[in-house]
Design a protein around this ligand. Structure first.
Ligand SMILES: *[C@@H]1O[C@H](CO)[C@@H](O)[C@H](O)[C@H]1NC(C)=O
Length: 187
């Protein structure tokens, strides 16, 4: 946990230098909201909107591998449609957390390279732990990153895809997935 914290700090400094986030804080944010995304209570989402600009999100999932959420604009087959994908986890072998800012183009999704890295990483890993059986990953981002490969978190209900896996290899597909509705910001 110590090492993931310091990694988060280093990434914070890097992101701060590139101006992606206003100000990383060493204070632990209290999660003000919670929603269970799946019917089996295996994927718990928590979040707090900070200063109207940034959001901190925690994913607590009963899995040993990667886990993630996604937002979608448009639909499969429609030109210009894409998903903004956030994948993270805690790698037991490396004793290290990770978070990945990815996207999928939906016009003609290619399973071979389905989850491509964004050109711009707009996610800041805050912490990651494994407390059997839960992988718990926290990250911060801007509500609207301005990155065309991201999707802005806006007031009102949003469709959120959720997935998780038994492997930390994020190039491999998920074991379980579904969709839910989450109101991050009330209207
Ligand atoms: C976690 O997942 C395992 C395997 O599916 C299951 O046996 C166990 O009951 C789950 N634990 C909780 C707290 O849901």
């Amino acid at each position: 946990m110590k090492s993931t914290k310091s990694l988060g700090f280093i990434m914070g400094v890097v992101l701060l230098a590139s101006g992606c986030l206003a100000k990383p804080s060493s204070r632990v944010t209290v999660m003000e909201n919670e929603k269970v995304l799946d019917p089996d209570n295996q994927f718990i989402l928590r979040w707090t909107v900070l200063d109207g600009t940034n959001i901190e999100i925690e994913m607590q999932v009963n899995c040993t591998g990667w886990l993630g959420i996604s937002f979608t604009e448009g639909q499969i087959g429609a030109p210009g449609s894409y998903s903004d994908v956030i994948m993270g986890g805690f790698n037991d072998d490396l004793q290290m957390g990770y978070i990945e800012d990815r996207h999928i183009y939906l016009e003609n999704p290619d399973p071979a390279n389905g989850h491509m890295f964004d050109d711009s990483n707009d996610l800041l890993l805050m912490s990651a732990t494994y407390e059997e059986p839960w992988s718990i990953v926290r990250f911060a981002r801007s509500l609207n990153t301005g990155d065309p490969q991201d999707i802005a978190i806006v007031p009102g209900p949003m469709t959120v895809g959720w997935t998780y896996s038994s492997t930390d290899d994020t190039s491999l597909g998920h074991d379980v997935a579904g969709i839910s509705r989450v109101t991050f910001i009330p209207i």
